[in-house]
Design a protein around this ligand. Sequence first.
Ligand SMILES: *[C@@H]1O[C@H](CO)[C@@H](O)[C@H](O)[C@H]1NC(C)=O
Ligand SMILES: *[C@@H]1O[C@H](CO)[C@@H](O)[C@H](O)[C@H]1NC(C)=O
Ligand SMILES: *[C@@H]1O[C@H](CO)[C@@H](O)[C@H](O)[C@H]1NC(C)=O
Ligand SMILES: *[C@@H]1O[C@H](CO)[C@@H](O)[C@H](O)[C@H]1NC(C)=O
Ligand SMILES: *[C@@H]1O[C@H](CO)[C@@H](O)[C@H](O)[C@H]1NC(C)=O
Ligand SMILES: *[C@@H]1O[C@H](CO)[C@@H](O)[C@H](O)[C@H]1NC(C)=O
Length: 289
Amino acid sequence: NLCCFLGHSFHRAAGPVFTPSSLVVKYGDPAFATCVACQSDCDESLANLEASGYKEKNGSTLKWKVSSLTEWKSDPICYYIDHNGTQCCSTLKVTLYQMPTNVSISVLNHSGPMLEKSQYNLVCEVGDVAPAENLTVTFYRGQTELGKAQYSRTTSRKPENGSFSLSLNATKEDDGAQFSCGAKLELGPEGPQRPLVVRSQSLTATVHCKSKENPLSSVEKGTLRLNCSAVGNPNPSYIWTLPFRGPHFNDGVLTIETASSQHEGQYNCTVSNSVKTVSVLFNVKVQSK
Ligand SMILES: *[C@@H]1O[C@H](CO)[C@@H](O)[C@H](O)[C@H]1NC(C)=O
Ligand SMILES: *[C@@H]1O[C@H](CO)[C@@H](O)[C@H](O)[C@H]1NC(C)=O
Ligand SMILES: *[C@@H]1O[C@H](CO)[C@@H](O)[C@H](O)[C@H]1NC(C)=O
Ligand SMILES: *[C@@H]1O[C@H](CO)[C@@H](O)[C@H](O)[C@H]1NC(C)=O
Ligand SMILES: *[C@@H]1O[C@H](CO)[C@@H](O)[C@H](O)[C@H]1NC(C)=O
Ligand SMILES: *[C@@H]1O[C@H](CO)[C@@H](O)[C@H](O)[C@H]1NC(C)=O
């Protein structure tokens, strides 16, 4: 209880008491609480309740009722002014919560297969959750926890959108693994006893092996030739990813007749057949004469 400041006197006394002492309410659900404004020797006319919604007064007992709570900040204040003119008040902490409307997982700025031994960021996006400060996001591979994240900034009581990330070093073992994230509201003992969790859909990772050699190819101004042809059975197909905007290549050998500095960078050749897929990286430097 807090005795509010009035005039120049300030003291603590047996002030107003709410039952229950705090509330956790789901958005749109009813809320109900009772306050006894003073314990003994009361002037009932000096007891009051400041709150929106339905209020009822009987002596020094004040009742508060809302059939559907939708106000994000609605803490009722119960107060009493004693014979010395000291105002004593008590605030009922109301935690209004809303489960996220949407939880989704993705890989930051990346689509398609990942390469082993490369680093990626898994991103979990959570839509319209409140109170954001009580949210914990957990990343999973299958059922295994990989890590947790929370809001690092101050949040309001209103629903917020959030984006959380976890870095991932892709490994061969991640090929075919199912990544997901879960958004959990932890509202303490006054909150619902069932877990408040929304799980994203799973993202199935495809991880391609890097070949053992990681060739650094240089080329004198002239012809650039990168060979990634593999003997495969069944016959493989090739997809090249280039460091510049260019034509699509799908042969085992990539040839650029007049290479210049604009052709420098990383080339990725993905070789696949129905049995397996392998990626070969080439780092290309073009030397001027
Ligand atoms: C007011 O409180 C008294 C004593 O607790 C009780 O007897 C009475 O029925 C209450 N009146 C109303 C209108 O609820
Ligand atoms: C959920 O989030 C994903 C990614 O942010 C978005 O594509 C999708 O439209 C959202 N769905 C809803 C119902 O908001
Ligand atoms: C991801 O892509 C967006 C827009 O395409 C860009 O603004 C952002 O900087 C990129 N983030 C990283 C970490 O590369
Ligand atoms: C959260 O994102 C959704 C969809 O993009 C948007 O409709 C909503 O207004 C956003 N909420 C906040 C609090 O920014
Ligand atoms: C990923 O691998 C790099 C280099 O091997 C290492 O420095 C980094 O700490 C690793 N990150 C994680 C999240 O394991
Ligand atoms: C919600 O989070 C805040 C800040 O971390 C914490 O003080 C409060 O106790 C949490 N609420 C519950 C009911 O756990």
